[in-house]
Design a protein around this ligand. Structure first.
Ligand SMILES: NC(=O)C1=CN([C@@H]2O[C@H](COP(=O)(O)OP(=O)(O)OC[C@H]3O[C@@H](n4cnc5c(N)ncnc54)[C@H](O)[C@@H]3O)[C@@H](O)[C@H]2O)C=CC1
Ligand SMILES: CC(=O)C(C)=O
Length: 260
């Protein structure tokens, strides 16, 4: 664990999966971190582990689809960590939804978490950066499915294209405040979310989850599925000083799923 770099970061959805890998990596890079998740128990486990290993971490419960909850979580984290420099809007839901099966209830839930959650996070981060009198970095989770259309992901894909649109507009709107806004686009990452998707795909074909994962993997140039840590490395770059001259961009960390 490196010494603290006097920067603080909050990562939503960091009780497991990609978000957990991100807080672990940022902590190793010297950030004080807030593990913000709907699942407080998981967030507390990650925070405890980081604190026991020389990091500075706090767990906060948040429902990113609820604006008040997001503002409260960011305020609480900034106070507990003694600062606030980076927000990673990572929490997201990714159900497979054949286009004719999408219900209004599913639509509301997935858009409220993936799209509204990103907007509320941006607003809460602006409040803190202004209060603290400095700029900062906002990093949003899009997806390979937010760059190209994939089968059966109409609902999810729409939200992830929206996240890229919000990222580009916010980058322009917030530059004068010294705030950069970028996105990261993972490919097929070994997390509970992706195994849920692979399970459904596998079941539909009468096969197992691993078959489902490998089906998604077939177009990856580097010929392996992504570890959460692969994505965390990209986010660490966006959170650190080496990306200071980047804003409005999507960093695709997908092993080469498409080139454009
Ligand atoms: N796993 C993958 O292959 C890919 C994932 N992504 C994106 O990366 C992000 C993280 O995905 P995974 O780690 O795979 O997901 P995951 O499902 O494994 O973990 C998501 C975390 O977010 C939390 N969460 C869910 N709803 C929440 C809410 N309303 N408020 C706060 N926290 C909430 C969950 O409790 C969980 O800890 C998501 O935005 C996802 O869309 C993008 C491309 C590929
Ligand atoms: C889950 C996801 O983002 C996919 C399949 O691209």
């Amino acid at each position: 664990m490196s010494s603290l770099n006097n920067k603080a970061a909050l990562v939503t959805g960091s009780g497991q999966g990609i978000g957990e890998a991100i807080v672990r990596r940022l902590s190793a890079d010297g950030f004080a971190v807030a593990i913000a998740d709907l699942n407080l128990e998981n967030a507390e486990k990650v925070a405890e582990d980081l604190n026991q290993n020389g990091g500075k971490a706090v767990a906060v419960q948040v429902d990113v689809s609820d604006r008040d909850s997001v503002f409260a979580a960011v305020r609480k984290a900034a106070e507990a960590l003694g600062g606030f420099d980076v927000l990673v809007n990572n929490a997201g839901l990714g159900p497979t939804t054949p286009i004719e099966t999408i219900t209004p209830k599913q639509f509301d839930l997935v858009y409220r978490v993936n799209v509204a959650g990103t907007l509320w996070g941006i607003q809460a981060a602006i409040e803190q950066f202004k209060k603290l009198g400095h700029g900062g970095k906002i990093i949003n989770a899009t997806s390979q499915a937010g760059v190209v259309g994939n089968p059966n992901l109409a609902l999810y894909s729409g939200t992830k294209f929206a996240v890229r649109g919000i990222t580009q507009v916010a980058a322009r709107d917030l530059a004068e405040l010294g705030i950069t806004v970028n996105a990261f686009a993972p490919g097929i990452v070994k997390t509970p979310m992706m195994y849920d998707i692979a399970h459904q795909v596998g079941q539909n074909a009468g096969k197992d989850d691993e078959w489902g994962m490998q089906t998604f993997a077939k177009d990856i140039a580097l010929k392996r599925l992504s570890e959460p840590e692969d994505v965390a490395a990209g986010v660490a770059f966006l959170a650190g000083p080496d990306s200071n001259y980047m804003t409005g961009q999507t960093l695709e960390v997908d092993g080469g799923m498409q080139f454009h």
